[in-house]
Write a protein that binds this ligand. Structure first.
Ligand code: HEM
Length: 1086
């Protein structure tokens, strides 16, 4: 007490001189509302220097007084006696504050002072306090506690706020204004510790300003209030000493920026799997920066997702929310999704404050945005990344350009950037589509774009046509950087972005947006400047002169050129050059913005989709998808991938494996039997092997022609499907099991089908539910004591046993060499799979039954459709016949080498197969989350690919060949097939579970059709409507009630002046050989 009183006589006259620091500062601010205090502190202006020198002159170095000050501070902390506070304030107002930071004792004083609990209510400064001050102070407190960062601009905004109060002559707390300088000093202290020199100077100047303001506060105290004002140093809510302590801590920590190693481009980057084509990345935080922030964000998201969805780009958007604003709603809660864009997920990744706080340069206004973007780069699932801005609305042409999916991985695409005021009444409430339409028809914008285009064409002539025509010159010279809004549109391959480690994570953002381009260029990436109409429109908003703390080690306009010449030389304060850039190891909270509400049913959604609009109700389903509405973490796979890596567990759930056993068609590909069978069986059906089956196939065709030649010319054949099924069943069993069942001949002589077929049909019928107690026993099933179900089961078990017995007989006959040695059974008995395994004996039955299931109704049904369609289209029938005549050169049936030449006949069959695929849907369990036809499907879901819908999708099947629903075999000309999307036609299934019998079916069908065409003219029934149905029984839909009037082909082998000549000889031959077969397997048919 005594000690401080001794000083008072010296202080008072000095204080009396008055400094008017506040007025001087506002004058110097030039009336600017926002002006960067740190820059101000660093300014080399003579006026500022002179002013500060004047302040400095008034201070003393404490020297030995430090011990006394420390004692006083301890008193204040422990006793809070008013007299101690006044005395201590006197000390503190006359010594250099920066000297406190230099010694242990000085730092001890700060420690004492920052522990003082301010008695806020008693501060006269409170009279000048407003609610907004409370908010600022709370943030400042949280920042000091490391909970929330205090962006430098908040400090500057506060300055603007004080400025406003000064102008309107409201009371102002000078201690509060002093606090702003202390915040600036805090940040500078960080830089000072790292760099020394210049920053040390800044630190001292900031402290001088702060101290000077506090002095003014005391000087201006009304008479009798001086002590109260002195005590405000400790009693005001403005945390002066806590800030001083923070400054001291920064200096103590002596932050040395990690000296980064020169980033080497060749560091192997972890291979990432590209799951989508595009990831769009934007960063933001819910701080309403620039006004209407959420509106701008939502407009950007709605328009982008809508266009990506419509153009079916497999894509996602990542909104990376950095340093989330305390107490503000999380961004994912603020995203409003519009319907019609559901295939594009919006992921919101949150980079918490703690991550930013963990960065060494967090106080020096770090580039949180770039850190966040790096986090997103790391987690992007697209092959390409478009880093854009929440303000940007992409032009439709930009999306169309991307949708071509022809981006070059060695190019970075930049786009023209236009400003436009979108926040106007006209644009209010517009939906995404309407907004895009409205925006890109603004005349003033179009003329701006035209001017821009002219300019860019001059500067980047090679890139002129990239947007519109995709043409780009790979060896074009590297042109100068494209500057405007450079950070707003960076479109490059993820691989390249990974190679250059994303954005430089440095403390300042002056031109760091451009640094990524320097690095990409150094990595050998070519810059392509997209030109209008590929543009981004920047939604104009309130401009905030973002504060740039101009520490000297940032990239500025001046040094950019130099830095860019050596872009991998680590930048001062740069982090993230190691393999862990973008916080690779960390897990971030992620939310998927709830998808827009779906229309009432998935069907409704599909109906509305563009590609199905023109189809009739019966064909509406392009993809029948089970929807899951819950958002969940997703692993995305592009369509083709998902199709290739299918995991089919219980395929064909409708066929009980009880009857079919573990055969190829009906078993899981995880089963050992499937694996062995899959390795072996296809060998039996390859093109060469199939040719070996030609005699059997021809024999069955000949038998068919023979039987039909027995009809009168013009006779009505009503059960065409039965005939066809008999023929294909005979053929497949003959080739795969070496037994001719003679079902064609049996049908001709009105006998019951072969027992094998009968047993097969009954067993299959019960297992798929087409034969039931009701169908089998009718009303009898209600008789007392008649156990219909039990009876049916018994019969079913007996038929199964019988089937097994028959197959066993065939197998044994084959083993003994009594049956065909080129049969599939022979292949299964004799061959081993790729891993040396043989088909299990007990699995033989399953495979045989499966071949029967898969291999006869399908071909028969398609043949029926083909015959009817040809009958309906005489022009094509004529062309097919002409081809057959040319190939056969006067012969009456095709030889094995003729079959491949029957190109047009094959086209007719394939076209019928397109329109009436007997396998109406193909079931797959989704192996990875993916997009199908623009819809999301999730791993583990079962999807049905509706073949008819796929095969009639106008996107692939319309155009020059007319209505997709029409029969036009020219769709399958080699040229047309080449130009079509390979996934547009899947009648045989696809990938590992594709049909193994397609070559067999084609060979058989062509042989048969050629023979029929040359022998008969089939006349369709007038008014007959071709409908695919299962009414006639069987698992594959066939042409309902198919019937023909059969005529001999005029001038053909059976033609006798309009009458039908029976085909005598060949049939007899065939019968002979069949008799032989029958004898050898008499046990089977008995
Ligand atoms: C026009 C005639 C045919 C059509 C349209 C057809 C269609 C198909 C389709 C779509 C699949 C895949 C089913 C799925 O993945 O869910 C399939 C599988 C199969 N097909 Fe065919 N098929 C025909 C003829 C044949 C013939 C003649 C044979 C045998 C001689 C045969 C044997 C098989 C077998 C064994 C499988 C199961 C392959 C596996 O799952 O590993 N198919 N077929």
């Amino acid at each position: 007490m005594v000690r401080s009183c001794l000083l008072l006589p010296w202080i008072l006259p000095n204080l009396a001189r008055g400094s008017q620091t506040l007025e001087w500062l506002f004058d110097m601010g030039g009336g600017q509302q926002v002006f960067p205090l740190m820059d101000f502190v660093a300014s080399e202006s003579q006026e500022i220097d002179a002013f500060l020198e004047q302040q400095r002159q008034r201070l003393v170095m404490p020297g030995s007084s430090l011990t006394q000050i420390h004692d006083e501070a301890a008193h204040v902390r422990h006793q809070s006696a008013a007299a101690n506070e006044v005395a201590l304030a006197d000390w503190l107002l006359q010594i250099h504050w920066s000297s406190l930071l230099d010694s242990d004792l000085g730092r001890g004083i700060l420690a004492e002072l920052s522990a003082v609990t301010p008695q806020i209510e008693s501060s006269p400064c409170d009279a000048a306090s407003y609610d907004v001050d409370d908010v600022f102070l709370e943030r400042l407190e949280r920042s000091l506690q490391g909970i929330e960062t205090l962006p430098l601009e908040q400090n500057e905004f506060k300055w603007a706020d004080f400025f406003g109060r000064k102008i309107t002559q409201q009371p102002l707390c000078l201690v509060g204004v002093a606090t702003l300088f202390l915040v600036a000093a805090d940040i500078t202290a960080f830089a000072s510790a790292a760099e020394g020199g210049e920053h040390q100077m800044r630190l001292e100047r900031a402290l001088l300003f702060a101290q000077s303001l506090v002095r003014q506060h005391v000087e201006e105290a009304p008479p009798g209030q001086i002590d109260r004002h002195r005590r405000d140093l400790f009693r005001s809510r403005w945390p002066i000493w806590r800030l001083m302590r923070s400054i001291q801590k920064e200096l103590d920590a002596g932050h040395e920026f990690r000296a980064p190693q020169n980033a080497a481009l060749d560091t192997p980057q972890q291979e990432t799997e590209d799951l989508l084509y595009l990831t769009v990345i934007v960063q933001c935080r819910n701080d309403d920066y620039g006004g209407n922030m959420l509106l701008r964000l939502n407009r950007m998201l709605a328009t982008t997702t809508r266009m990506l969805h419509t153009t079916q780009v497999p894509s996602e958007i990542i909104v990376v929310e950095w340093n989330p604003v305390f107490n503000a709603a999380a961004i994912h809660e603020e995203i409003q999704r519009e319907a019609g864009a559901e295939s594009v997920p919006i992921r919101v990744i949150q980079v918490p404050t703690s991550v930013h706080m963990s960065m060494p340069h967090h106080k020096a206004h770090p580039i949180f945005e770039h850190t966040a973007e790096n986090v997103a780069f790391r987690r992007a699932r697209g092959k390409f990344i478009l880093k854009t801005n929440i303000d940007n609305i992409l032009s439709p042409d930009t999306i169309l350009f991307i949708a071509r999916q022809q981006l070059d991985p060695n190019v970075v695409y930049r786009a023209t950037y236009m400003e436009y005021d979108v926040t106007c009444p006209e644009a209010e409430g517009l939906k995404a589509d309407e907004l895009v339409e409205w925006l890109f028809s603004r005349e003033e914008m179009i003329s701006g774009m035209n001017m821009e285009m002219a300019d860019l064409r001059l500067k980047y002539p090679e890139d002129a046509l990239v947007c519109t025509e995709g043409r780009f010159v790979p060896d074009a010279p590297q042109r100068p950087f494209y500057w405007a809004g450079s950070g707003d549109f960076v479109l490059a391959s993820k691989q390249k972005i990974m190679e250059v480690r994303g954005y430089p994570e440095v403390a300042q953002n002056w031109q760091t947006d451009d640094m990524i381009h320097c690095r990409l260029r150094a990595a050998g990436v070519r810059q392509v400047v997209l030109q209008p109409p590929c543009v981004t429109v920047h939604q104009n908003h309130r401009r905030i002169n973002r504060v740039r703390a101009s520490t000297r080690w940032v990239i500025t306009d001046k040094n950019f050129q130099e830095v860019c010449e050596n872009p991998f030389k680590p930048l001062k304060t740069e982090i993230g050059l190691d393999g862990n850039w973008g916080f690779a190891d960390r897990t971030f909270e992620e939310h998927v913005a709830p998808r827009p509400p779906l229309p009432t049913s998935a069907l409704g959604a599909l109906l509305r989709a563009r590609h199905v609009r023109q189809l009739q109700t019966s064909h509406i389903l392009r993809w029948k998808i089970r929807w899951k509405l819950s958002p969940r973490k997703t692993l995305l796979k592009p369509k083709a991938e998902a199709l290739r890596h299918k995991a089919r567990q219980l395929l064909h759930g409708f066929i009980t494996q009880d009857f079919t056993a573990n055969g190829l068609f009906t078993s899981s590909e995880k089963s050992e039997d499937w694996k062995t069978g899959h390795s072996l069986l296809p060998r039996g059906f390859n093109q060469i092997k199939v040719k070996g089956f030609a005699p059997q196939i021809l024999a069955k065709t000949r038998a068919f022609v023979g039987e039909w030649s027995k009809f009168e010319a013009g006779e009505l054949v009503e059960d065409v499907n039965e005939w066809l099924t008999a023929m294909t069943a005979d053929a497949v069993v003959s080739c795969s099991m070496g037994m001719d069942m003679c079902n064609v001949e049996r049908l001709g002589s009105k006998q019951a089908p072969h027992k094998f077929v009968e047993t097969f049909r009954f067993g299959l019928g019960v297992s798929i539910g087409s034969i039931t107690a009701q169908s089998e026993y009718g009303l009898k099933r209600f008789l007392p004591f008649f156990d219909a179900e039990g009876q049916l089961q018994e019969k079913y078990q007996a038929s199964k046993k019988e089937m097994q017995r028959q197959v066993e007989v065939l197998v044994e006959a084959t083993r003994r060499g009594e049956l065909g040695d080129n049969s599939i059974i022979a292949t299964m008995l004799n061959d081993t799979s790729a891993d040396g395994k043989r088909v299990r004996y007990s699995a033989l039955y399953g495979h045989v039954v499966n071949l029967m299931i898969a291999g006869h109704e399908t071909t028969a049904a398609t043949l029926g459709f083909t015959l009817q369609l040809l009958a309906e289209h005489p022009v094509y029938e004529e062309r097919a016949l002409e081809e057959v005549r040319q190939v056969l050169q006067g012969r009456t049936e095709p030889a094995v080498d003729d079959v491949p030449k029957l190109q047009f006949v094959e086209q007719c069959f394939r076209e019928a197969l397109r329109l009436y695929s007997p396998v109406t849907s193909i079931t797959r369990d989704v192996a990875h989350d993916t997009l199908l036809g623009g819809h999301r499907v999730y791993q583990g879901e079962r999807i049905n690919l509706v073949t008819r819908a796929l095969h009639t999708n106008p996107e692939y099947w319309g155009g020059e060949f007319g209505d997709p629903m029409s029969f036009n075999p020219d769709r399958f000309s080699p040229e047309a097939v080449r130009q079509r999307h390979p996934n547009a036609y899947h009648p045989w299934g696809f990938a590992s579970r594709a049909c193994i019998g397609s070559q067999f079916a084609l060979f058989e069908a062509k042989t048969f059709l050629a023979s029929i065409l040359i022998h008969f003219r089939l006349q369709g029934i007038p008014g007959y409507r071709l409908v695919a149905s299962c009414e006639g029984g069987g698992a594959a839909p066939s042409a309902e009630k198919l019937a023909f009037r059969v005529f001999p082909r005029p001038g053909g082998p059976l033609w006798a002046d309009g009458l039908m000549l029976p085909l005598a000889l060949p049939v007899a031959e065939a019968k002979e050989s069949m008799e032989e077969d029958r004898a050898s397997i008499s046990t089977v048919s008995s």
